[in-house]
Design a protein around this ligand. Structure first.
Ligand SMILES: [Zn+2]
Length: 155
């Protein structure tokens, strides 16, 4: 396992659309493990592959709920409803927070580390996290869509 370097806003890799993973092999599983370790070490609730310089549709998240660590390959939001506005931050944009409007409830389909198709419906923080991380895979950062931006303090 290894801690990976998190790239910061301004890096062109964060503005690219990511590639679909066509084969989930031991390399992808190792990447998932290292991404989770990097996320926990950085005290984040989510991390997308472009944030560690890998242009692939892979995200990990753990918002501290009963789901624990969730690893997603090729995630796609297939249902969405409602809206909510709350404060958001990003490991690639340190010490910056902003109010971002998101769907209140989303359903996401993805592959787990064994290539098994999964479906998850989420509300609240996990829903927000899923939308934030899948945005990374499209080259979108929260600062691109935030209604307001501030330095330093979450609220
Ligand atoms: Zn982020």
């Amino acid at each position: 396992m290894a801690i990976l370097e998190i790239v910061k806003a301004g890096d062109p890799g964060l503005k690219q659309e990511c590639e679909i993973v066509d084969k989930i092999d031991s390399k992808i599983r190792k990447l998932l493990t290292n991404m989770a370790e990097t996320m926990y070490k950085a005290d984040g609730v989510g991390l997308a592959a472009p944030q560690i310089g890998v242009n692939k549709c892979i995200v990990v998240m753990d918002v501290g709920d009963e789901n624990g660590l969730i690893e997603m390959v090729n995630p796609e939001i297939v249902e969405k409803e409602g809206s909510m506005i709350d404060s958001e931050g990003c490991l690639s944009v340190p010490n910056v927070f902003g109010d971002v409007e998101r769907f209140e409830k989303v359903t996401v389909e993805y592959l787990n580390r064994w290539g098994k198709k999964k479906r998850l419906t989420a509300t609240g923080l996990l829903s927000r996290c899923i939308q934030h991380e899948t945005d990374h895979l499209k080259g979108v950062l929260f600062i691109d869509i935030a209604k307001s931006i501030r330095q330093g303090d979450k609220h």
